[in-house]
Design a protein around this ligand. Structure first.
Ligand code: DGL
Length: 278
């Protein structure tokens, strides 16, 4: 692989559209940088795929974003952060290019959660892969040992979003079912992490069924805060990120389809190109 040496945009990757909620948060706080968004929509969802498959797919995406000139890649996907980030950071980066960086979304959320819960009872909605990886429990227990985390996998939530059914009456059934399941696990939960970047799109339904005293935590804002802090602490990486305020979108699926769905997330028309991983 030939890697470009010049500064480049910040890459944001997700299995599909969910990472757009992360990109949105980041661009709100850091609008001056250039970005590339890459959605592996052709192979989404990742949530029920095996550890090894998620790792291989994510590795391919990271290499593609490096080839496109990114020195810094954010895995805007909890499933990829849970199943692939550590291997990519520890095993692949030293070989691919030790000067580049790949960051995830779980750590920034874990760091902030102790400031948000009032009673240390935290709930987690995430994909099956993320819940089973126990990444949240582990990260949170390192930083906030007194917090009890109860997680529930929400297998139908990502397809509801990917297929633009988040506002449909059918979504009510699946959202209520998982909220009931979570509150049954721990009735004292006062804070719920939306540990899948697709889930903020289901926020109106979630708020409809969750007790109003329970705080719902989407990640975009916290990932953005953490990235800002990271760039301040790593001037070498900051210098490797170009500015200009633009964003180019890439999908492994049909660009027209992506453009149509991206409108739901971004409320604007974007230019989208097709990309393949070889
Ligand atoms: N949006 C992703 C996440 O944050 C993954 C959804 C999926 O592909 O299953 O986990």
């Amino acid at each position: 692989m030939r890697l470009p040496l010049n500064p480049g945009p910040i890459g944001v990757f997700d299995s599909g559209y969910g990472g757009l909620t992360i990109l949105h948060g980041i661009r709100q706080l850091l609008p001056d940088y250039n970005y590339i968004y890459l959605g592996d929509n052709a192979r989404a969802p990742y949530g029920t795929r095996s550890f090894d498959v998620v790792y291989q797919f994510t590795r391919q995406a990271v290499i593609k974003l490096f080839e496109m000139g990114c020195h810094l890649v954010i895995l805007g996907c909890n499933t990829a952060s849970a199943k692939a980030l550590r291997s990519i950071q520890q095993r692949d980066l030293p070989e691919l290019d030790p000067s580049r960086r790949v960051l995830g979304v779980i750590r920034p959320t874990a760091e902030v959660i102790g400031h948000l819960t009032r009673n240390n009872h935290v709930g987690l909605f995430a994909t099956e892969g993320t819940v089973k990886s126990h990444s949240y429990d582990l990260e949170i227990s390192k930083l906030w040992p007194d917090i009890k985390v109860s997680g529930v996998a929400c297998p139908f939530w990502v397809p509801l979003v990917e297929y633009n059914e988040a506002d449909s009456p059918g979504a009510d059934y699946f959202v209520k079912k998982r909220i009931d399941e979570l509150m049954h696990k721990d009735a004292d939960i006062d804070t719920i992490i939306l540990g899948c970047t697709h889930y903020p799109l289901l926020m109106p339904k979630i708020l409809k069924y969750v007790n109003p005293n329970v705080r719902i935590v989407p990640q975009g804002e916290y990932v953005a805060d953490s990235l800002k802090d990271y760039l301040q602490r790593h001037p070498d990486i900051e210098k490797a990120c170009t500015k200009g305020g633009n964003c180019n979108y890439y999908t492994t699926e049909n660009p027209d389809k992506f453009k149509e769905s991206a409108r739901i997330f971004l409320h604007e028309d974007v230019h989208v190109s097709h990309v393949d991983f070889e």
